[in-house]
Design a binder for this molecule. Structure first.
Ligand SMILES: [Zn+2]
Length: 273
């Protein structure tokens, strides 16, 4: 019965065309949805597959979300095992499928390219090409590249170059601005370090006078707070911008404002002048 119903829904919607005259875009998570909404304007209805306030790695999809991917005009997603359920569903998509990691300098299957403004500007232009809105994409890319200037200036003269993060989301950002990321967990926030690894990290933080251990809002701060406490360091937020919390969404936070907030947090932690 379920199979028959699903087939019926797919057939019905193959014929129904753009909803309310707007073209449908499905974006795998917040940074792609943000780019699509800014670039697409009112001509596109953008749906973010990762629910607000949840963390996008290994997101699970409802049958409705799978059907939406299959019939969307454009699907924006990341390959390299970031969201295997999305990559699977994309194989049956009938519209344009855009893997935004394709053609970018991806290292060690690390998907976190959006935290490097230079790479994110390239993603924005790719979204502009997919949505056939190159002018709007150029305007947003220019705003994103102003972040690059701010980061270059803001991180040029600092006492420290090492920073400790919750999961390893900031590798591209660190490489771009000559910093070194020390992550408590791996590329995926689910990977758990052993008590020995935590203790040795706390010793490193203390020995190197790192002073701040960063945590994030969408995963539990427990590990970061443990390391900070053991090392006598403070804990502060550095946002991997993988999604907005409900409070951030209400207060009008965007990729651009969160990147500015991250720069301020890094400058304080690294003792930048
Ligand atoms: Zn991540």
């Amino acid at each position: 019965m379920r199979i028959i119903l699903a087939t019926f829904v797919l057939l019905a919607c193959a014929a129904c065309g753009p909803a309310g005259g707007r073209h449908s875009v499905v974006a795998a998570f917040y940074p792609l949805a943000y780019a699509a909404r800014e670039v697409g304007g009112t001509a596109y209805a953008v749906h973010d597959l990762t629910p607000a306030g949840s963390e996008p790695h290994d997101v699970e999809l409802t049958p409705q979300a799978v059907a939406e991917i299959q019939r969307a005009g454009v699907v924006l997603y990341l390959s390299h095992g970031f969201q295997p359920a999305v990559s699977d569903a994309v194989r049956q998509a009938s519209g344009k499928r855009v893997d935004v990691l394709a053609g970018l300098p991806v290292r060690r299957s690390d998907p976190h390219v959006w935290l490097d403004p230079v790479l994110y500007a390239r993603i924005v232009r790719r979204v502009g090409a997919a949505l056939e809105r190159p002018g709007e994409a150029r305007a947003l890319a220019a705003r994103v590249l102003r972040l690059d200037v701010a980061y270059r200036r803001g991180l040029a003269h600092c006492t420290r170059r090492d920073f400790v993060t919750s999961h390893a989301a900031f590798g591209y950002l660190a490489a771009r601005y000559g910093l070194r990321q020390i992550a408590i967990t791996g590329i995926d926030p689910e990977s758990e370090p052993s008590p020995q690894e935590l203790a040795s990290l706390a010793r490193l933080v203390r020995r190197e006078h790192i002073g701040t251990v960063f945590f994030e809002r969408l995963v539990s701060p427990k590990l970061a707070q443990t390391v900070a406490r053991e090392a006598g360091a403070r804990a502060a937020v550095l946002d991997p911008i993988e999604g907005l919390t409900a409070q951030e969404a209400r207060s009008g936070a965007t990729y651009l404002t969160l990147m500015r907030r991250n720069l301020a947090a890094l400058r304080e932690a690294l003792g930048c002048r």
